[in-house]
Design a protein around this ligand. Structure first.
Ligand code: ADP
Length: 189
């Protein structure tokens, strides 16, 4: 199996690139952000709980997102692999993912970290807020809180994957196609 963690701060372009990688390598795309937004749209209990965190730019509790990923792995047992987008975001999530994959006799192949500076991130998110209408993309203090949360809770996962020799840096500045080529290059080499 080819299991890729697509990593990076909010606005780094994970979602866009995940869709292209999914097509290229025939993978199942698992975006916890998309899954949570779908729960909110369906007005489920899980969605209601998650919304309170998301509108503030805080992380949804680990057990909620880990549970969602666990059930997706159960539903997709005979696939080429997965692209994890926006997950894991904490050490607890990363450990849970390793354990879940190992119980399916699998593991993470590589973690690809899209690097984009903070100034560019904010500009991209503000632009996306205009196009997508996402509430958490429209409020500047929420955007900053997401970046702070990333730096504090998510960024330490670079060391986590580095210890497993799976951490690869990819320059996230450039055209969509340029970044895509860089990602493919890291996957293939
Ligand atoms: P972005 O990468 O721009 O932050 P996402 O769609 O990945 O967009 O995430 C949107 C929000 O959903 C996050 O700010 C957070 O509140 C919640 N969320 C998504 N994935 C996770 C996760 N793995 N753990 C906790 N919260 C998450």
């Amino acid at each position: 199996m080819l299991n890729i963690v697509l990593f990076g701060p909010p606005g780094a372009g994970k979602g866009t690139q995940a869709i292209k990688l999914k097509e290229e390598y025939n993978l199942v795309h698992l975006s916890t952000g998309d899954l949570l937004r779908e729960e909110i749209k369906q007005e489920t209990n899980l969605g209601l709980e998650a919304q309170a965190y998301m509108t503030k730019g805080e992380l949804v509790p680990d057990e909620v997102v880990i549970g969602m990923i666990a059930s997706k792995l159960e539903q997709n047992k005979t696939v080429n692999g997965f692209i994890f987008d926006g997950f894991p975001r904490t050490t607890e999530q990363a450990e849970a993912l390793d354990n879940l994959l190992s119980s399916h006799n699998s593991s993470i192949t590589k973690m690809l970290s899209l690097e984009v500076d903070d100034e560019e991130l904010v500009a991209r998110i503000v632009q996306r807020g205009k196009d997508s209408g996402r509430e958490d993309d429209k409020n500047e203090s929420v955007i900053f809180n997401r970046i702070i949360t990333y730096n504090k809770k998510t960024s330490p996962l670079k060391a986590y994957y580095d210890h497993q020799a799976k951490y690869h840096i990819v320059d996230g500045i450039g055209s969509m196609d340029e970044v895509f080529e860089r990602l493919k290059d890291k996957i293939q080499n």
